[in-house]
Design a protein around this ligand. Sequence first.
Ligand code: ARG
Length: 286
Amino acid sequence: MSSTVVDPAVDAQPATPASTDVARRYVMCPPTFFAVRYRINPWMEPDEPVDVDRAVRQWRRLRDQLVSQGHAVDVMTPDPDLPDLVFTANGGIVVGDRALVPRFRHAERQDESAVYARALRDLGIEHVEQARCTNEGEGDFLLTGNRFLAGTGQRSDPDAPAEVADFFGIDVVPLTLVDPRFYHLDTALARLRPDLVAYWPGAFDAPSLGVLRDLFPDAIEATEDDAAELALNMVSDGATVIMAPGRPELCAAIADRGLHVVEIATDELRKSGGGAKCCVLEHHRR
Ligand code: ARG
């Protein structure tokens, strides 16, 4: 099995990953001010302590791993008043010179939108607009091949897919999420390659499952236990997949499809309901 484990106890250099033909560009924001101050998903327990230094170490391993795979990582400045800013997947949807900035469902995160808009403009993206509909960015909109898979029913509004299709001129396949633990699409489904996803079926309603089974007959079906560890919240560049440790069967299923797996612990960030994918916003090429 082709996989690499990065021991969370040691600041080990990641092993040389499989190469991908396309270097990616990602936006990340360090969890310098990581905290769980409010509860907007079932993972968040404001009374439980968080270890900020540990969150920062986990985040750095993730960033270093992406850089070691040959990708560019643009790092945003954190904000002491916005503890969830580390989850840049919610910072927008970015394709070519266009970015749609989020409109958050919960008041607790709404001030993040202006910060993401500024950061994306500073990166030189020409057309930056805020979504009209409630839209939580790449957390719910995963560009997979030549279409977006879109999660609605929890955070992003049922009208958000049409707005995204119109803004980017790219097809959007809406999927309805039905379990509050899996409140963003990227908590229930991992995009591994343009033709390959992994998901936990129980997070979707029956019509959405029918759509997923038609589109991806060879998909990897994860278990509820995989999903409940947030293990589906993975970052894949099409050759290397970064995922949480401790899910050997899921890891083996991915490796069997010819992908290289690197395990990086993100359990400190999970206290806010996030994993590796949540910490990464991809700037897709046109
Ligand atoms: N605490 C954040 C929230 O509930 C976590 C966001 C995780 N992001 C993601 N793309 N799933 O909004």
